[in-house]
Design a protein around this ligand. Structure first.
Ligand SMILES: *Cc1c(COP(=O)(O)O)cnc(C)c1O
Length: 478
């Protein structure tokens, strides 16, 4: 007589039989035969494994309906995009892990308009001959920064690499020790120098560098003076750095160019929007810098890109460098960046139209009012699971910009109702439940609570609209 286990195993249907079921047609139509077959195989392997090691009180279902449901779920998981929209309620506006700047609709529409088909990316329509992809951006960048010329690459790390490799290959670049920064994601200035084929000549000390330090280091091997805007940390106390203007004068006395890596590089004066000042490319060019590089997706509020502006002869060298070909941007970036730069031509309306600036300049009172509106809604959905308080908090610009400056903000603190022992696990479950929503909500776990900073929450209705789905999270909570 067969053992019960064997008879159950005999009940496992074949892949072919399942694939021929009429109900399978819908799954095949939606996902294709190859994936449906793979999902069926995996679902059957799972079933066999479950039958071989039965769990107490949990007899695996072997009927067709249950198997089809499992196959459907697996297909949905296999084909769901991994890269998804989320709610950034971390309080860090330009969050590198969350994709930095949110694009304005003008930029999104521009991307869609060029994505579908052929475009004049490198084609001069008036002359009917080859053009340059920078042509779509150069005039805008020159107008907004006062520079003679401009070029655009994949990101600011690439911009620094191209600058160094084009202007100082096998020669010396003088940089202050206080500016040898590391930026998240393995961008270290000394490493970039080495990869660019340049010799780093460090001058000064961590906290103080003087004009005489630079002057003493200039020699026959010197190709470039470089200043790095130390955007992601601050040296405080007994410090000294040499200004761009002083460095430019010194460089030009020795017929050397000065390159400045600005990092964030806002194109507008942030003080006019109630924010701390960040040096602008225009100020840096006016101070005498020959080359200035900055990111497209930091305070500029655009797509990932590295923008290089400055002297025409130096920019020309960069455009001729074969590395430029490897670091170039695609048509979608060009379209998005051009749209964002065009918005900057009307600074009066920029704070309304550019999401990054709009979020950064949102007044605390408006955020408090939003928190007060959302609190009862969340409290009702989380009744018995967590308590919800309105809190004041501090947002950060992010992406290394002005780490010491905090923007007064408001939000919600969600505390698991259990309290005391085990609340740590309950808190993690609560955070996981919000991450499991159709549009995952990302907050910060801090001081025994899940904190939502509301500065970047613009679509209040979409946020509330999906809270019903939190029920699944409720089941998971104690
Ligand atoms: C952010 C930053 C970079 C790197 O820019 P990406 O666009 O992220 O490549 C380089 N230098 C400084 C000073 C920065 O702040």
């Amino acid at each position: 007589m067969p053992k019960p286990k064997d008879s159950a195993r005999a009940a496992v249907p074949s892949v072919d039989r399942l694939l021929r079921l009429p109900a399978m047609e819908k799954l095949v139509a939606a996902h294709g035969r190859a994936l449906a077959t793979e999902a069926t195989r995996v679902a059957l392997a799972d079933l066999r494994a479950a039958l071989a090691r039965p769990k107490r009180g949990k007899a695996p279902k072997t009927d067709d309906a249950a198997l089809l449901a499992a196959i459907g779920e697996r297909l949905t998981a296999m084909t769901a995009p991994s890269l998804r929209e989320v709610f950034n309620l971390t309080g860090t506006v330009l969050h590198t892990n969350l994709g930095r700047a949110a694009l304005p609709p003008e930029a999104v529409e521009a991307v869609v308009a060029v994505a579908r088909g052929a475009v004049n990316l490198e084609y001069d329509l008036s002359r009917g001959r080859r053009g340059d992809r920078d042509d779509h951006l150069e005039d805008l960048l020159c107008r907004l920064t006062g520079a003679e010329a401009a070029t655009v690459v994949n990101n600011n790390a690439a911009a620094v690499l191209l600058t160094l490799n084009s202007l100082a290959l096998r020669r010396e670049v003088i940089v202050s020790r206080g500016e040898l920064i590391e930026i998240g994601g393995a961008f270290r200035m000394p490493d970039i120098m080495a990869r660019a084929g340049c010799k780093l000549r460090e001058v000064g000390t961590t906290n103080r560098t003087h004009p005489r330090d630079y002057a003493g280091a200039i020699g026959r091997g010197t190709a470039l003076l470089m200043k790095v805007h130390t955007s992601n940390y601050a040296i405080q106390g007994f410090t000294a750095a040499v200004s761009e203007a002083e460095l430019a004068t010194l460089a030009h006395e020795h017929r050397l160019p000065l390159a400045v890596d600005l990092g964030s590089g806002a194109l507008v004066d942030l003080r006019e929007h109630g924010l701390p000042h960040e040096p602008t490319p225009a100020e840096t060019i006016a101070a005498g810098a020959d080359i200035v590089s900055f990111s497209g997706d930091k305070l500029l509020g655009g797509p990932q890109a590295g923008l290089i502006v400055g002297r025409a002869d130096l920019v020309r060298k960069m455009k001729r460098n074969p590395l430029k070909r490897a670091l170039r941007v695609d048509k979608m970036t060009v379209a998005a960046l051009a749209a964002v730069l065009r918005l900057h031509l009307d600074p009066d309306r920029l704070a309304e139209r550019l999401p990054t600036l709009r979020m950064l300049s949102r007044p605390q009172a408006a955020l408090e009012a939003l928190a007060a509106r959302l609190r009862p809604v969340l409290a009702q959905r989380l009744a018995g699971v967590a308590t919800v308080r309105v809190v004041t908090c501090e947002s950060q610009i992010g992406s290394g910009a002005r780490p010491l400056d905090h923007l007064p903000s408001a939000g919600l603190a969600l505390e698991p109702a259990t309290g005391g022992r085990g609340s740590g696990a309950a808190l993690l479950r609560l955070a996981a439940a919000f991450r499991a929503l159709p549009v995952p909500v990302i907050g910060r776990v801090e001081d025994g609570a899940l904190h939502f900073d509301l500065r970047c929450l613009e679509d209040e209705r979409a946020f509330i609209g999906q809270l019903d789905r939190l029920i699944e999270g409720r089941d998971a909570a104690p």
